[in-house]
Design a protein around this ligand. Structure first.
Ligand code: SF4
Ligand code: FES
Length: 595
């Protein structure tokens, strides 16, 4: 196979690959040097405008068998120049290094020295490249050009004088969304990014331009001055709001989520996420989160501890089943497959004839594909999915493995019929409901069907159901636990826990395991709450949280998947689940000062 040599490292390449793409791959494998790049981005067209990636290229003369300077020795843009067999490339030769220093000096001429107050500080390519490829001193003594700050749209601010005119943002709105809100106006040092008059940056993927901007010019209004990025810890996760299965990264600190960013997965979300997914996590820290178990005592809702709540649940279900009535369990499509498995096991332990059903699956609008006019399976298409729950398919898959007919997984409409909706006839005496939706979810029909039944609710946000539930247990959102979601394309993708459960809350899967432990006679732990120190990275301040001790086995999604894989119908959990990448902790190249 054809090969090239970059900075002394020989490697093969695919036809059509550019030198920079090959170099980036080598660097990802830990075998090559970084070539600086501003205007190049894997998901966009190549314009070769910033000139920082220029390299020295030599090609073999097939007649003489010697190497000759390519194109008469001109430096070539590595992002645009395709690789050809036998090429020898240098990004660290004196000529290439002199260019890097000149470009850095040029870009910094009008750039303000406001790193201490810039949100991009710590993840800025101007900072990184100044350190790695720049001069270290400025020779510019004249006045810098001042440019305005602009409000571009719902989520994005532009600090124009930080812009280096890479045009990534402009190309994104042209090539990925097809909405073309952004443009370059003016010339020379008066050039600015802007929107067209009266047309704000307002598309469903608008905030991706913030990630694309290599400097601090495009900023997120939702993250503005919220946190210094070096304090953030990153956890690989999956969209927990819609059925897209988009790969995301949760940035958090001291048990609090600060932002969500996309992770590249070319089979799912490419390099992007929708604004809905990026900002849809806010309910995780809502003041309306349930934090304490409650029970109805003589018709009045009172707070209680988990032990009392669990014994009430078991007594209520047993009282119903002893009268020949059945238990019906609604498993929300917001929960993970592993939780559905342990909840279904709990249901069948409490009542071997328990009805199992998937919860209501919300839809808003229709599926949309970007760029406008593309087909959903086009190589560069990004899909906004109308189904607003991450795991309806996974829940159905798990419940169907627990038996067919009316004993297997029902759809929500059939669940309501089983509760007696429309007929008033029902053999259900106890109901276990799980919610975990980001907003009110229980229909009038569901609420009216609960009358006369013993109701247990595991949910995250306070709502009307809490008023009628005999026992309410606080659940945990997807960022507070690990698990697996099956997306709209049938892909099983696992995600990690980012932050500890909010105080008093437990993952629904943990509630199920604890209830199973109570049924098995496991004594309650001496202390329900313990203090833990949240894991921190070098140089970070560790944070303490209070968390709940499990009564039964600790909810461990990976261990539950191993057990599930042995169940007929669930073998896919043994060999088809895509695991989150294990990110190596980034090492600092500076000495850490202990505080
Ligand atoms: S605003 Fe950012 S992404 Fe857009 S051209 Fe300027 S530097 Fe590039
Ligand atoms: S990255 Fe090659 S010219 Fe900008």
């Amino acid at each position: 196979m054809a090969s090239i040599t970059i900075n002394g490292v020989q490697t093969e390449f695919k036809v059509g690959e550019t030198i920079l793409q090959v170099a980036n791959r080598l660097q990802g494998e830990g075998r090559g040097k970084e070539i600086p790049q501003y205007c190049y981005h894997d998901g966009l067209s190549i314009v070769a405008s910033c000139r920082i990636c220029l390299v020295e290229v030599w090609t073999p003369n097939l007649k003489s068998g010697t190497l000759e300077p390519f194109m008469g020795g001109k430096l070539m843009p590595s992002c645009q120049q395709t690789a050809s067999d036998g090429m020898v490339i240098y990004s660290d030769s004196p000529k290439a290094v002199a260019n890097q220093k000149s470009v850095m000096e040029y870009l910094l001429i009008n750039h303000p020295l406001d790193c201490p107050v810039c949100d991009q500080s710590g993840e800025c390519l101007l900072q990184d490249y100044s350190y790695a490829f720049g001069r270290g001193v400025s020779r510019f003594e004249e006045q810098k050009v001042k440019q305005p700050k602009k409000d571009l749209g719902t989520h994005v601010l532009l600090y124009s004088d930080r812009c280096i005119m890479c045009t990534r943002c402009v190309r994104f709105t042209r090539e990925v969304t097809g909405t073309s809100e952004l443009m370059v106006q003016g010339r020379g040092n008066k050039e600015e990014i802007d929107v067209f008059p009266g047309v704000p940056l307002d598309n469903e993927l608008s905030a991706n331009v913030i990630d694309l901007c290599p400097v601090g010019a495009l900023l997120d209004k939702n993250f503005l001055f919220a946190q210094r990025v070096w304090f953030l810890k990153e956890t690989a996760s999956i969209d927990g709001i819609t059925a897209s299965g988009d790969n995301i990264r949760i940035d958090h600190n001291e048990g609090k989520v600060y932002r969500i960013k996309p992770r590249t997965n070319l089979k799912v979300n490419k390099q992007w996420i929708s604004d809905e997914i990026r900002y849809g996590w806010k309910w995780v820290h809502s003041d309306a989160r349930l934090t304490t178990p409650t029970r109805l005592q003589f018709g009045v809702k009172v707070e209680c501890d988990h032990s009392k709540a669990y014994s009430d649940v078991i007594a209520g279900v047993k009282a119903a089943t002893s009268k020949g009535k059945r238990l019906a369990v609604l498993i929300s499509p917001m929960l993970a497959c592993e939780e559905a498995y342990v909840l279904a096991k709990l249901a069948r332990t409490l009542d071997p004839k328990a009805i199992l059903s998937v919860g209501p699956v919300p839809f808003h609008g229709e599926n949309k594909t970007f760029p406008i006019g593309a087909k959903p399976d086009d190589a560069k298409a990004y899909n906004v999915v109308a189904e607003k729950a991450p795991n309806a398919r996974g829940i159905r898959r798990v419940l169907n493995s627990f038996g067919g007919g009316d004993a297997g997984g029902l759809e929500h409409a059939d669940f309501l019929k089983a509760l007696g909706l429309g007929t008033g006839a029902s053999d259900v005496g106890a109901v276990l409901l799980t919610g975990n939706y980001p907003s009110a979810w229980a229909s009038k029909e569901l609420r009216s069907s609960l009358a006369g039944k013993f109701v247990t609710l595991i949910d995250t946000l306070a709502g009307e159901l809490e008023e009628v539930a005999n026992v309410t247990l606080p659940g945990a959102t997807w960022v507070e636990k690990a698990g697996t979601f099956e997306n709209w394309l049938g892909m099983l993708q696992a995600f990690d826990r980012a932050i500890p459960s909010s105080e008093g809350a437990k993952a629904e899967g943990q509630h199920a395991l604890d209830l199973l432990a109570v049924l098995a006679g496991t004594p309650e732990p001496n202390e329900e709450r313990v203090s833990l120190v949240v894991q921190s990275s070098p140089g970070q301040v560790a944070a303490g949280v209070t968390t709940m001790l499990p009564r039964g086995d600790a909810y461990d999604a990976a261990a539950i998947r191993v057990a599930m894989a042995k169940v007929p119908g669930l073998e896919a959990f043994g060999n088809e689940v895509v695991l989150p990448p294990v990110e190596a902790m980034r090492e600092t190249d500076m000495a850490v000062v202990e505080l």
